[in-house]
Structures are given as C-alpha cells and as structure tokens.
Write a protein of this length. Structure first.
Length: 423
C-alpha cells in the first residue's frame, strides 16, 4: 500500500479549489446559481468528537466554494439501501468494517475513508498517523524523566495497535521498560449503558497496581484514560505522582471532567476532514488518482494535571530541569544552568542525560519550543513577538530551532493548528 505523510497542504488544496471553481461552466445536473450541486453522503458517528471535528473540516472546504448537499448516515450495512435511493455523487466515511467498505466500493461511487481502524489496498484514505501518536506520547514521558512506560488499549482496534507500535518502539530505542494491557472489549460510549468497561475490573486493577512506579501510562484514547483515572482513584494510586496519565484525541469535555484534569495528544481531525473533502472533490471532477493512504501527524501534547510532573529521584537533575522550566521565557545558556546547580558542568551533563535522556542544551531548546507552541496555539502574536517572549534572540533562530525540533516551521505549525481546529 502506498502511504504519504501530509504536511501543510491546506492552502494548496484551497487554492486549487478556487481555480477549478472559476473554470467550471455548464456542468450537467441540478445547479445552484450556475454551479453543479453534488449530493455527498457522510457516513460517521455524529456523537463522536473526532467525527464532529471532521465535519467542520469538510464544511470549511466546501463552503462557500462548493455546492454540496450533505446526507448524514451511520456506518452500518443498513445505510446501503438509503444510498441506493439517495444516489450520492460521493461518499466521505469513517468505516472500520472491511466488508462494509467493500460493499460501498461496489456501488462505484467515489469514496474517501477517514477511519483510523481501516486498512487495505484500493481505497482512498486520509488518516491520523497513529504510530506517530504513540511516539509523541513516549517522547512526552521521556522528556519528564520516566524510566517505566505502559500502554492500555483495545486489541480489536487498528488505531490502538498502531499507537502501541509507535509507543513501544520509542521506549525500546530508549532502552526503557514498557508494558501493555489489552482489554478484550472495546471502550465505547452507549446511550443506554454508558461506558462498557468498568473501573471495578479486577484484572485491570491488578495490572495498574503491579506497574513499577512512577510510570508513564498512555491510554489508547481519552475515554480509556478517564476510566484509568477512576481505577487509580479506587485502588489508591496517585495521579500524577505514581501514574502519569495521558490520553489521545484531546476531547476537552472528557479531559476537563477528569480528576485530575487529563493530558492528551491533540489530533488534526478538522484538517483530515478538509483534505478528505479536497480529495473527494478531485475524484468528482474525474481526476484519475491512484488510491493511497495519506497520513497526518498529531498536533501536540496538551499538558494538564495528569502528566505535569518530573519523574526522577535525583535532586540535582530535578533542580536543573526546574531552573530551565522557570526560565522558559529567558535566553539562557548551558553555563547559566551549571552556575545555578552546585555541581561541575560535566557531572551535571552526565547525570541530567541519564535521568531525562536529553542534554542540557536539548532541554533548554525543548522548553523554549514547548512555550512557543503554547503561544502559537493560544495567541495571535506575531512570530517576532513570540521569538522574543520565549527566549530566542531572533525570528530566524526561533524558526531554525523550532524546525530542528519539530520538523516544521512555526508558521506551518500555526496553520496546522488552525486547520485542526485547535487555534
């Protein structure tokens, strides 16, 4: 299967859409003000947060440049009868079931599938890069000094398995202990019975109780993390002192209702919707495009109370990291950190790297970049202003270090946040 990792394509997609719209004339079919009206089927669970974000991305692409008439349906075999009656021109779906996906393909209607739990050849896909999600989560824990990592997921979910792949790979590269708990049932929200898992599951309680402490624990998504928080509370395990807990999806309702509030990996669902709509638009215009999987990276870790802690028993390393964090808005150097800690620079470097897996310079740069990410996410300040506030001497150095640490420029990162609905 061909896979492509997508970075910053939103403006190109929008520009191409505008160009094509100007060229369209006398297209067959019903019209609105001279434009062809396409019926588009959206097959998604509207009560799920990532589906709603995806809807926003589709709407952002289609309005006002496209005359698309949407029909909402559930990703269930019963929808096939409705589709034959409604006769959509294209389908945007989050369908995990391979059999249903094949039946949709048999309708010979352009289809783009955005489900992270689907795979296979011959289908146009725009998905979250879940291996990268797992890696980002592991790096979050590594940067805070954790030497023990754990993952709680759902074996029947491809997205969960891929997050474990990235998480365990990053742990293995750092030569860290990493454990996994797989529950035989998926965690879903039902209108009748609530969450299917229960915090009183004795096997899950025993697993959490037996983890080496302190441990960085990644849940396959925010719903699982919420239940793990309840498990920890019931068995007397402290968050974040014993278990530093991290979810995925950054569902603000779940994250804020958790106690303590839940850290989570933010995902670009709105941008996925935007790019999926752009891909479907090209298919509707008759372009011959080879089916492939387009993977989009996660946005960032949104740190809340559940993982806001340093995990090391070395007071010197902790003091150095605390000094670096307290000066996230200052242009500090390694020599400044060495002067603030009663230890030779060489010994400090050795002990610091052994506890956090980073050099002092890398830690300084990471803290500055994290502060810059927060400002890019939360403010409309210019890049020059953010560079000054976050301890960089110039916009050029800010851009260079930011790109070195993240793989993209600050401007591209801000555009991705906006497209993902996080800015």
């Amino acid at each position: 299967m061909i896979m492509e990792r997508v970075v910053g394509a939103d403006k190109d997609a929008l520009r191409e859409s505008c160009d094509v719209l100007r060229k369209e004339k006398d297209m067959p079919g019903s019209s609105s003000h001279g434009r062809k009206v396409y019926r588009i089927a959206l097959l998604m669970q509207a009560d799920q947060v990532h589906a709603r974000r995806l809807f926003r991305g589709v709407g952002e692409y289609s309005r006002p440049l496209r005359a698309w008439n949407f029909h909402l349906g559930l990703p269930h075999p019963d929808v096939l009868r409705q589709l034959r009656r409604w006769k959509p021109a294209g389908i945007l779906a989050m369908v995990a079931d391979t059999t249903l996906e094949n039946r949709l393909l048999a309708l010979r209607i352009p289809l783009v599938n955005c489900s992270s739990d689907a795979e296979g050849k011959g289908v146009h896909r725009v998905q979250l890069d879940n291996v990268a999600v797992g890696r980002m989560a592991a790096e979050h824990f590594l940067s805070r000094g954790f030497r023990h990592l754990a993952f709680c997921g759902e074996p029947m979910k491809l997205a969960s398995r891929n997050r474990w792949t990235g998480f365990s790979a990053a742990a293995g590269e750092a030569k860290l202990d990493c454990r996994q708990y797989l529950h035989p049932r998926a965690v879903v929200l039902s209108g009748r019975v609530g969450w299917q898992w229960t915090s009183r599951d004795r096997r899950l309680q025993a697993w959490v109780r037996g983890l080496p402490k302190p441990v960085g624990l990644l849940a396959s998504h925010d719903g699982v993390a919420l239940l793990l928080a309840e498990v920890c509370r019931e068995i007397g395990v402290r968050i974040p002192e014993d278990v530093s807990l991290l979810g995925v999806d950054n569902d603000e309702m779940l994250c804020e209702m958790s106690y303590p509030t839940l850290s989570s990996v933010a995902t670009p669902q709105q941008r996925i919707g935007f790019l999926a709509a752009h891909l479907l638009d090209r298919l509707l215009r008759g372009e011959r495009i080879q089916p492939r999987t387009h993977l989009l990276r996660p946005v960032s870790v949104v740190v809340r109370q559940s993982s806001d802690i340093l995990a090391t028993d070395d007071p010197v390393a902790v003091a150095a990291m605390r000094f670096i964090r307290e000066h996230a808005d200052a242009s500090i150097r390694v020599s400044d950190v060495a002067e603030a800690v009663p230890l030779s620079r060489r010994s400090l470097e050795t002990r610091f790297r052994s506890r956090f897996g980073l050099s002092l310079l890398e830690a300084i740069q990471q803290v500055h970049v994290d502060q810059a990410k927060a400002m890019l996410r939360q403010t409309r300040l210019s890049l020059e202003q953010i560079a000054e506030i976050t301890g960089f001497n110039s916009r050029e150095r800010f851009s260079r270090v930011f790109r070195q640490m993240t793989g993209e420029t600050p401007g591209a990162y801000r555009r991705q946040l906006a497209a993902a609905g996080n800015a």
